[in-house]
Design a protein around this ligand. Structure first.
Ligand code: NAD
Ligand code: 89Y
Length: 344
């Protein structure tokens, strides 16, 4: 049997706790050391998960530990230096989304890991949510024929700022933070994009960035999609953090609606199913959908390391999702469509 993989977590903040729970759920891997420049967060997470080896400096972590991978769960400004540090030490790296503050940084990170021959995966977990995987499986079954239209929609008024106060302060908000997931789901379901047209708005006066975005995309397959997201939408039933999906195909339709209700109308008639994610023992509603996807993506990483295969959301793959973010901001500013290939 292969030896257990030894990982280290860098960044012990709000979301990293989910990643630590998920690592405990996965066989043949353990987190042997944790790192955070904030000693208080280091103590909280180190104590919660019983990790004795702790570092306030990532450089010291790489010198002090013998690692099979690092799991970087810091916010975007530190991603490039930490991923490049991992590459210099020959340590495979997982990097949280958004991959980097700019596409130029992200390209440099991919190059650093490619040159060092180390795997790099972006923790782009939304496509790993079981309801989204169920939509992908329906497309793969061929029941609705060839897709020609998609809508990936995330509309909510959930208070994300109390857990993640930094989200209220950046010039960029919803596209970079949440829309990035929706754009990745659009790629996952309908393939790569040639052109994007974007409109944004800021409805909440207490934040610095945009909290509403509507994006129209041409996919290379010939399909078109609308990706819409909002944190200013007060609904009768708050859907956070559900992504709703509509796909129209030549032979039928797929609808993923609130409360994880999946309706597929195709060559074989109409079938309605409940694709609710399981509530893992450590998870809590309404986050359980996201929490389950964290286990799924981290399992995928372990499988990829074991088999020497490229992760679905490798750094190279994620350049195409991050390019959509860059293109969306550029197009919102110019009010013109933006071609993706020119950015890549
Ligand atoms: P956070 O601010 O709560 O935590 C980040 C931690 O990293 C902090 O404790 C900070 O001290 C530490 N840190 C920063 N730079 C460091 C460095 N150079 N060395 C060591 N420690 C460092 O942030 P968060 O809300 O946990 O978000 C972290 C990342 O996770 C963000 O990029 C966010 O977008 C992402 N996120 C992803 C999901 C998802 O579903 N994939 C959900 C929420 C957040
Ligand atoms: O940071 C965001 C993410 O990645 O998923 C939801 C979130 O926590 C708030 O928008």
């Amino acid at each position: 049997m292969a030896a257990e993989l030894r990982g280290a977590l860098i960044g012990c903040g709000f979301f990293a706790v989910n990643q630590m729970h998920a690592w405990r759920d996965i066989a043949d891997v353990s987190i042997v050391a944790v790192c955070d420049r904030d000693p208080e967060r280091l103590t909280v997470v180190g104590n919660q998960f019983g990790i004795a080896r702790r570092y306030t400096d990532a450089a010291a972590l790489f010198v002090g530990e013998s690692l099979d991978f690092v799991d970087i769960a810091t916010t975007a400004p530190s991603h490039r230096s930490l991923v490049e540090m991992a590459a210099r030490h020959g340590v495979p790296a997982i990097c949280q989304k958004p991959f980097a503050p700019s596409l130029a940084d992200a390209k440099a990170m991919v190059k650093a890991c490619t040159d060092a021959g180390v795997p790099l995966m972006v923790h782009e977990n939304f496509r790993w949510q079981s309801p989204i995987q169920a939509v992908r499986a329906m497309l793969d079954s061929g029941d609705i024929g060839t897709p020609f239209f998609g809508r990936i929609s995330f509309r909510s008024a959930y208070d994300v700022f109390s857990g993640q106060p930094y989200l209220a302060t950046g010039k960029r908000f919803i596209i970079e933070d949440l829309g990035i997931h929706s754009l990745d789901i659009a790629r996952f379901l309908l393939g790569d994009v040639s052109t994007i047209t974007t409109r944004t708005a800021r409805i909440n006066p207490n934040i610095a960035g945009e909290d509403v975005a509507t994006m129209l995309m041409d996919h290379k397959s010939g399909a078109m999609s609308v990706v819409d997201c909002s944190y200013a939408t007060k609904l009768a039933t708050e859907p956070f953090p559900q992504t709703l999906v509509e796909i129209d195909g030549s032979d039928g339709t797929i609808r993923l609606e609130q409360n994880y209700r999946l309706t597929v109308t195709g060559r074989n008639g109409t079938a309605v199913s409940d694709v609710s994610p399981p509530l893992l023992p450590w998870a809590s509603r309404p986050w359980h959908n996201i929490q389950e996807s964290v286990v799924a993506i981290q399992k995928h990483w372990v499988d990829c390391l074991a088999n020497g295969t490229e992760p679905a959301t490798s750094g190279a793959d994620n350049l195409r999702t991050l390019a959509l973010v860059e293109a969306a901001y550029a197009g919102a500013a110019s009010r013109k469509p933006v071609q993706l290939d020119a950015l890549l």
